[in-house]
Write a protein that binds this ligand. Structure first.
Ligand code: MN
Ligand code: MN
Length: 336
């Protein structure tokens, strides 16, 4: 093997990760799961993109460094998903499009740029998984999926509601994206769920407002008391066959499983619970997803990065199963 070559696993006409039997996992530059860059393949069915933006945070900053951290923490991900009996990188073409370079000083400009970037990356029908960034970025990502599918169902994993109105007079922050989305009519208000909420609020009105917008809540305590199977069943019933977007604030996990985040709250879900709930979503019409609020400066031993990379891997697998269709056919015909 030449030092100039990058040997990759290729199967079913799809270009997969760097071959770890030939190049150790810790060698070379990090893309998500060592997948090819988007510009190294002619087209892709599932695209991963980073949004290094954290100007919308209200407490600890640092999520702008998350895309690089999650990619670095994703080097050990392997190509076969036993729990879902799927090989996502064989099923369809998956590629890493790098980061959307957005303005760190102008939140509305950044929101517009994220929407435009997402539109470009999905213009050929590709499904997008985004690694934030703070939760502000969910609004333009939802605008993009709504432009393509109409108002979508939402399953939102978070310690927090993120349906606050304004903070210091600012309408667009990481605490407001889902209120703005409801106001804009881009969410299907019959099918909105928060999962994993907990911790003190400013007042009961936060919950009353949230209910008025149409959200149902399965708190972190509900997940504990009802169990994963019941939670999955309730979420699936609420979503039905609607197009659904999944947004995961990594602070939905307990700080023991995700210390590296901006607004940590005690009493959160385990990474096992979160991954098991996601595996219960197989077959839902998942049209896009994000993993946000990883703040690497507060991480230790890549604990948060590993949680986020595995959550992202499960989302990529669900997107690949959807993009591949029931028979596993490559939807875009990119490499046939
Ligand atoms: Mn949160
Ligand atoms: Mn959030």
């Amino acid at each position: 093997m030449s030092a100039l070559e990058t040997p990759r696993v290729e199967a079913r006409g799809n270009v997969g990760p760097i071959d770890s039997s030939l190049v150790p996992r810790y060698a070379g530059p990090a893309t998500f799961a060592r997948l090819p860059r988007r510009d190294e393949v002619p087209s892709a069915d599932v695209v991963i993109a980073g949004v290094p933006f954290d100007t919308g945070v209200s407490f600890r900053p640092g999520a702008r460094f998350a895309p690089a951290h999650v990619r670095e923490s994703s080097r050990l991900l392997r190509p076969y998903h036993p729990a879902l009996d799927a090989s996502p990188f064989e099923l369809v073409q998956v590629a890493d499009a790098g980061d959307l370079a957005v303005n760190p000083f102008d939140i509305p400009a950044a929101i517009d740029a994220i929407q435009a970037g997402a539109a470009e990356l999905t213009s050929d029908g590709a499904r997008l998984l985004t690694i934030g960034g703070d939760h502000t970025i969910a609004l333009p990502l939802l605008r993009n999926v709504a432009a393509q599918h109409g108002p979508v169902a939402l399953i939102h994993f978070d310690a927090h509601l993120d349906t606050w109105d304004t903070y210091f007079g600012a309408e667009y922050t990481h605490g407001t994206p889902f209120r703005r989305a409801v106001e804009e009519g881009i969410l299907d208000t019959e099918a909105l769920s928060h999962v994993g909420t907990r911790g003190p609020l400013y007042g009961k009105k936060d919950l009353e407002d949230d209910r008025r917008f149409g959200f149902g809540i399965l708190t972190s305590a509900d997940v504990y008391h009802q169990g994963v199977t019941e939670v999955v069943q309730r979420l699936r019933e609420r979503v039905g066959d609607r197009p659904v977007y999944v947004s995961i604030d990594i602070d939905v996990l307990d700080p023991a499983h995700a210390p590296g985040t901006g607004t940590p709250e005690a009493g959160g879900m385990t990474s096992r619970e979160l991954l098991e709930i996601l595996r219960g979503f197989a077959g839902l019409n998942l049209v896009g997803a994000d993993v946000v609020e990883v703040a690497p400066a507060y991480d230790h031993a890549e604990i948060t990065g590993i949680s986020a990379s595995h959550v992202a891997y499960d989302l990529v697998t669900l997107l690949a199963l959807q993009a591949g269709g029931a028979d596993g056919a490559n939807q875009n015909g990119a490499t046939q």
